[in-house]
Design a protein around this ligand. Structure first.
Ligand code: GAL
Length: 417
């Protein structure tokens, strides 16, 4: 994990949740941003699972992909002294809340269920604070994917491209045939999701690490970074006129419906295809951003329990335990598009994209090419992430050229540290 996140000694006592809930009656209020069709379908798997254990579900959805709006609502709720029982959260945000001393201690559930042995260490870096389990990871997503309409690829005789030039050639053909080549929604987190993948394909894993994780000024200000911005501008040339502000799932719908060729998006996009009854390999293709094969930029949705008092502790423990059950991790991730957050879940129920996701994750972990996603809060704390968002989005919208964007990026990151 990045050295810039200086862990403070935990001076505040975390409220410890009881072990396995003997009687888990009660309810949980869950703050989340899973409001698209595919996301809601996955969330239902969790709701149903809890209902079968007599734990009621009070839904607190806050729309907005990537979770920025949800985090704003969370801050307001905590400030008002009324935190939700459980919150969907990403990466460095989890550690930030733990530092505030307002989250529950999951150590006894984790010990009973053996989480230490089965959760990949890259995830544990965000699920634990000062050695204490403070979050239950429900999945692993990755951001360096391309989702393509198979009928368009077939019609134009396109193969899955394997490098940047091949990608551009394919996009030219798609555009030339009258389709929108790239389905995109102009929102900062979506621009940044593409940026993750373009940094990786342009500079490779070492460059991704030095620029996005280590926040090394030389890498941020390098010629390679200028090429990254040039390539972002190139992609900008393939989106349609109405891209501004579009939600990510509406962009996915353009690929599903066959008005657009590809979307660069994390594998939550697969949840939308599945929810629309589409089949991988038959209706749509999933492949890695050309040039990023063998690498994975990940984000993991985790559930953090807020310290809200004794009366909720049994249902919170049950929620954490349910999330981590292998059969649940399979059932949920099959629908969500992600892969399990445990290493011991069989891939039998996953489709080809899911199986590939599991193999890619294991390989990248083994080879040291698994890195946290900047766009989704796993590379740097929120202040840095937001600074990167600002520059990437301003450049994508033509506010400055690539050379200026590099200078802005260096200054923005330095200012946020
Ligand atoms: C990500 C989250 C995913 C998905 C996506 C779009 O940050 O990890 O689970 O929900 O946002 O909403």
């Amino acid at each position: 994990m990045a050295g810039i996140y200086k862990k403070l000694a935990l001076g505040v006592a975390l409220c410890a949740l009881g072990g396995a809930a003997a009687s888990a009656e009660g309810e949980v209020e869950v703050l989340h941003w899973w409001t698209s069709g595919g996301e809601a379908a996955a969330l239902n798997v969790l709701k149903d699972d809890l209902q079968s254990k007599s734990v009621g579900w009070q839904d607190m959805p806050v729309a907005g992909g990537g979770g920025e709006q949800a985090m704003t609502v969370l801050r307001a709720r905590v400030t008002a002294g009324n935190p939700p029982t459980a919150v969907q959260m990403l990466g460095f945000d989890i550690l930030d809340w733990a530092e505030q001393g307002v989250v529950a201690d999951l150590n006894s559930v984790a010990a009973e269920e053996g989480w230490d042995e089965v959760v990949p260490s890259a995830l544990q870096g965000f699920s634990k604070y000062d050695g204490t389990w403070i979050a239950a990871p429900v999945n692993v997503h990755s951001t360096n994917w391309v989702w393509a309409n198979k009928a368009i690829f077939d019609e134009l005789g396109l193969d899955e491209p394997s490098d940047w030039d091949g990608l551009i050639a394919a996009l030219d053909k798609i555009k030339g045939a009258g389709y929108t080549a790239v389905a995109h929604g102009g929102q900062a987190w979506q621009d940044a999701t593409i940026f993750d993948a373009v940094v990786m394909t342009t500079g490779g894993p070492d460059f991704y690490k030095s620029s996005m994780i280590d926040l090394d000024t030389e890498a941020l200000g390098s010629e390679t970074m200028q090429t990254v911005f040039d390539r972002m501008a190139q992609i900008r040339g393939y989106v349609d006129d109405n891209f501004s502000g579009r939600d990510w799932n509406l962009a996915t719908a353009m690929v599903i419906e066959g008005t657009a060729g590809v979307q660069f998006m994390g594998d939550w996009a697969k949840g939308e295809f599945l929810n629309a009854g589409k089949v991988p390999g038959q209706d749509f293709l999933c492949f890695r951003m050309p040039g990023t094969q063998g690498t994975v930029t990940f984000n993991s949705d985790q559930f953090v329990m807020f310290a809200v008092g004794e009366e909720s502790s049994a249902s919170q423990a049950e929620l954490a335990k349910s999330i981590m059950t292998p059969s649940f991790q399979s059932a949920f991730n099959v629908v969500k598009g992600s892969v399990p957050a445990r290493t011991d879940v069989p891939d039998a129920d996953f489709d080809d994209c899911g199986k590939k996701g599991m193999v890619d994750l294991a390989e990248a972990n083994e080879k040291g090419t698994l890195f946290g996603s900047m766009a989704h809060g796993h590379a740097a704390p929120a202040a840095v992430k937001n600074a990167v968002y600002d520059v990437v989005t301003a450049h994508f919208n033509g506010e400055f050229d690539s050379a200026a964007a590099v200078d802005e990026l260096v200054a923005a990151v330095e200012g946020a540290l």
